[in-house]
Design a protein around this ligand. Structure first.
Ligand SMILES: Cc1ncc(COP(=O)(O)O)c(C=O)c1O
Length: 413
């Protein structure tokens, strides 16, 4: 039997980190968010769909850096485009021609959008999107889905450290797939709602993913038109994994603003906010800037990444691999006398165990899989990349079969 992985260097490095970095590793990359003691904490390198941690353990990776790695680690086309651009420098006094090329490319690619502005992280552009909506409507309120994540800014981060009540004084929540609740909020706050912000399908952490019910997204679109409210599609997580023209094409609705980040540049730090013509004037009035927003290598990387996604018809391949993974996991669980739920689209799959609300089986399953060279997150959806091939999926399913057997033995059904 292959020796099981251990995480000694990760643990030692985490102890060092905790002395000088608040919480050692911040946010969702903190060990507490995954499987403490049975998961890698620090990275060394990546190649294709393989990720190598600081202990030298190599995994078939389904975390993909929480989404950005869509082609595969160290994609040669993206790396050489970024390196070529870096030869001239990195950040300048002004944007380079790459900014215009990339904005043109995105406007031509994403359906229904007429302009594009760049940030670095997803939170930059979701914040910009709501500010543009507020400027356009001259209204205050933001309506969002309960449990949806739109970033780390205070307006969309309920109840986690450093916040004050007034941070979300103008933020209202409704339930995913309940357009009537959204309408009630619009009526209650008539004339004061600037935008409804949604993700194109519901992907909460610590829960099954939920697709839009028939008519839900078009109902929201109709409500927004009727009440003069801006509809924002936060496509940061699903973007470029469902349809290169935007996940609104995949789900057939028409937002006024769309936000992208993760899969845009295969790991380079860049995000984009796109919008329709009638919002362009308001968007131009928002003071949207950051020291690195104009950095050119990331823009060159994004241009190369988009071209590779198109050239390889990456979404079709990733859908096929994702389907194979989801069906295979379902069968392997069943063969071991276990019931699991596989949720979400095939390119962003997630699995939970039935009859469990504390994630103990999921954590144990992910921890055992990690020890055997497969990285699957217990609480957060997974990501398929172009480099995942049938042999990788089959190897993953073989490991999963062993892990299901362990779960069955330990927990029963
Ligand atoms: C749907 C969605 N919106 C916004 C964000 C925030 O992006 P970032 O962490 O890059 O600020 C995320 C990050 O996971 C996300 O999944």
């Amino acid at each position: 039997m292959k020796k099981l992985y251990c995480f000694d260097k990760s643990l030692a490095l985490f102890e060092r980190a905790a002395r000088v970095i608040p919480s050692g590793i911040s946010g969702n990359k903190n060990p507490a968010f995954a499987v403490p003691g049975s998961f890698p904490y620090f990275a060394e390198s990546g190649e294709g769909c393989r990720y190598r941690d600081v202990d030298g353990n190599v995994y078939i990776d389904y975390l993909a850096a929480f989404g950005p790695i869509v082609l595969g680690y160290k994609n040669p086309v993206v790396e050489s485009a970024a390196a070529e651009q870096r030869r001239t420098g990195t950040t300048f006094n002004h944007p380079t021609e790459r900014a215009v090329e990339l904005a043109e490319k995105l406007v031509a690619t994403i359906s229904g959008m007429d302009w594009c502005a760049f940030g670095k992280n997803g939170s930059d552009v979701t914040a910009y999107a709501v500010q543009a909506a507020r400027e356009h409507t001259q209204r205050r309120k933001i309506i969002k889905v309960r449990g949806a994540y739109h970033g780390s800014q205070s307006w969309c981060r309920h109840g986690i450290g450093g916040l004050i009540e007034s941070d979300y004084e103008h933020v209202l929540d409704f339930s995913w797939n309940d357009a009537t609740e959204a309408e009630d909020l619009l009526l209650e706050h008539e004339g004061d709602v600037a935008c409804i912000i949604i993700t194109p399908y519901h992907h909460p952490a610590f829960g099954d993913q939920v697709m839009p019910a028939d008519g839900f997204l078009s109902d929201l679109q109709r409500l927004c038109k009727r009440h003069g409210v801006v509809l924002i599609s936060d496509d940061i997580r699903a973007g470029f994994r469902l349809d290169l023209r935007g996940s609104h094409e995949y789900f057939d609705f028409e937002p006024d603003i769309t936000c992208y980040c993760k899969a845009m540049a295969n790991g380079y730090a860049i995000s984009a906010c796109l919008g329709t013509q009638d919002l362009k004037n308001a968007a131009s009035k928002v003071f949207f800037t950051g020291t690195y927003y104009t950095s050119a290598p990331e823009q060159a990387a994004a241009l190369a990444c988009l071209a590779e996604l198109e050239r390889t018809d990456a979404v079709s391949h990733m859908m096929k691999m994702g389907r194979m993974l989801m069906e295979g996991l379902h069968t392997a669980a069943e063969n071991n006398g276990l019931e699991v739920t596989l949720s979400g689209p095939p390119t962003l799959p997630f699995m939970t165990f039935a009859n469990e609300d504390n994630f103990r089986r999921s954590q144990r399953f992910s921890g055992e899989a990690a020890k055997r060279g497969v990285l699957l997150h217990p609480h957060h959806n997974w990501f398929i990349m172009l480099e995942h091939g049938e042999a990788d999926i089959q190897d993953t399913l073989d490991v999963a079969d062993t892990c299901f057997r362990i779960i069955k033995k330990e927990f029963g059904s």
